[in-house]
Design a protein around this ligand. Structure first.
Ligand SMILES: Cc1cc2nc3c(=O)[nH]c(=O)nc-3n(C[C@H](O)[C@H](O)[C@H](O)COP(=O)(O)OP(=O)(O)OC[C@H]3O[C@@H](n4cnc5c(N)ncnc54)[C@H](O)[C@@H]3O)c2cc1C
Length: 448
């Protein structure tokens, strides 16, 4: 091991692993430091979905766009780690959103599905819904809508990124917490890890919900609004398809995600303590998740293998808990805090980790005066060239920047699109078109 690198990355979740890979692929001498085991913090406590963020269409359309766009790249580079997961959203008479509203949302989502290799939605009658999920409560069922996402083993995704980074020359140290930052006047010169001092041209803080704790080592601060999320994990595969269920507190939803690793039920969505090390599941969350799933599947087992919990690394912002943007941001502490040599990548999701890594590595290259463009989307994680890369437009950056500063307008922007889509949907239904009558073959092809 050397004691001088171009880049030192702090944090070995999916974000840090993606950053290390990007830096190494551009030829930067790179070291990643992870205090525990890679991927075993927030990343493993996720819902395990590479998804576009259907619900952000209600208030933050451009995040759905970005996430779907980058999910497409992730799917192409990590295809063997993914399973297609069609999800069924059953709609009941007493639900907050009726079938027409739900189908409108899915019609809008259809526009983004192509970017991530997803199929268009299907609308199912109550009979078709019950055929697909025997045991589902029949009383009040109005029908369902099926849509497409991807399941992934998040730890395998982190490991594959790190393996790729190592093949491109990066070094990775696990079980190594960063305990301090090396400082000189107006600069961060690297990190302290136990009794070692490691110098770096650029230090990248990619510590997920811990980014503020790491930033504080340099006397600065990253505002966060952490949100806690718990899942119940079962060892068995308990449903034939994925489900999205309106929770018992109405207006919120929980997933049931069957996978080769068993079944996840969750997540919850609650304000988290400021210190991510203090995040823990409460008995109320367990009761809430069980009640929410057993309302629709009365025979769903009450005994689960374990709970998982994590803090979403959401950036500090005004507004209601329900409308928090999942956007990511690169913080340049040189311009922001007169601390050159330190960058933070904060916010975001697993489903856009690759573009987050690209954004912060672009800035690191600029700081280091290092040429080299991002190629992480051109090579699979196991080292093969990506065959074809469709050209989809990215979300307009200037509009994104503007709406970030105006959350109210960001919500109106999303609602205006949905309103127009709802009008089109109703006109189509009035004209007798629409998707109510699908065949058994359509359904089995969707679930093949
Ligand atoms: C309940 C829940 C469900 C979610 N579901 C999804 C989903 O289905 N799809 C999706 O796209 N996103 C999902 N997310 C969001 C997603 O999980 C996160 O955005 C993502 O995993 C964050 O990755 P990260 O690498 O930034 O953070 P982490 O995975 O937390 O990694 C940060 C790493 O930094 C390390 N670290 C911290 N301090 C130090 C230090 N001082 N020195 C060295 N290392 C340090 C930690 O040990 C940790 O491993 C979910 C989040 C939650 C909480």
């Amino acid at each position: 091991m050397s004691d001088h690198y171009d880049v030192v990355v702090v944090g070995g979740g999916v974000t840090g692993a993606g950053v290390a890979r990007d830096c190494a692929m551009r030829g930067l001498r790179t070291l990643l430091l992870e205090r525990g085991r890679p991927g075993m913090a927030t990343t493993v406590s996720s819902t395990h979905l590479i998804h576009g963020g259907l619900r952000y269409l209600l208030y933050d359309r451009l995040t759905t766009h970005t996430t779907c766009w980058d999910s497409g790249h992730i799917i192409r580079i990590a295809r063997p780690l993914l399973h297609r997961l069609p999800i069924l959203w059953p709609v009941y008479a007493d639900h907050t959103h009726g079938l027409e509203t739900v189908e409108t949302l899915l019609e809008v989502y259809d526009h983004f599905q192509e970017m991530k290799g997803g199929k268009r939605h299907l609308r199912l009658t109550p009979e078709e819904t019950l055929r697909l999920v025997p045991g589902l409560e029949a009383k009040g069922l109005r029908g369902a809508v099926a849509f497409d996402e991807w399941w992934i083993d998040p730890v395998a995704l982190v490991d594959a990124n790190l393996e790729s980074a190592k093949r491109h020359g990066a070094e990775v140290l696990t079980g190594t917490p960063v305990t301090g930052l090396l400082r000189s006047v107006g600069r961060v010169d690297g990190v302290v890890a136990g009794d070692r001092q490691i110098r770096a041209g650029v230090t990248i803080n990619a510590a997920g919900p811990w980014v503020d704790k790491v930033a504080r080592l340099a006397g600065t601060h990253i505002p966060l609004r952490l949100q806690k999320g718990t899942h119940l994990r079962y060892d068995e595969r308990l449903t034939p398809v994925g489900l999205l269920l309106e929770a018992v507190d109405r207006g919120r939803y929980v997933f049931v995600v069957p996978s080769p690793q068993g079944t996840l039920v969750g997540p919850t969505d609650l304000p988290a303590p400021e210190d991510p090390d203090k995040v823990a599941t409460t008995p109320d969350e367990v009761s809430y998740l069980l009640a929410s799933v057993r309302r629709y599947l009365p025979a769903f087992p009450e005994r689960f293998a374990e709970t998982t919990v994590g803090a979403r690394p959401i950036l500090g912002q005004a507004g209601s808990e329900k409308l928090l943007s999942r956007e990511y941001e690169v913080f340049d502490h040189g311009t922001r805090d007169r601390l050159d040599g330190l960058l933070t990548i904060g916010g975001g999701k697993m489903s856009d980790f690759r573009v987050m890594a690209e954004a912060v590595t672009n800035l690191a290259c600029l700081k280091l005066n290092h040429p080299g463009a991002c190629t992480t989307f051109r090579e699979t994680l196991d080292g093969r060239p990506v065959d074809s890369i469709p050209e989809f437009p990215q979300a307009a950056p200037a509009l994104k920047r503007f709406l970030r500063r105006h959350p109210r307008l960001r919500e109106w922007h999303a609602l205006a699109h949905l309103g127009a889509a709802f009008a089109r949907h109703l006109a189509k239904r009035a004209a007798g078109a629409g998707s109510l009558r699908i065949t058994a073959e359509d359904v089995s092809a969707y679930y093949a």
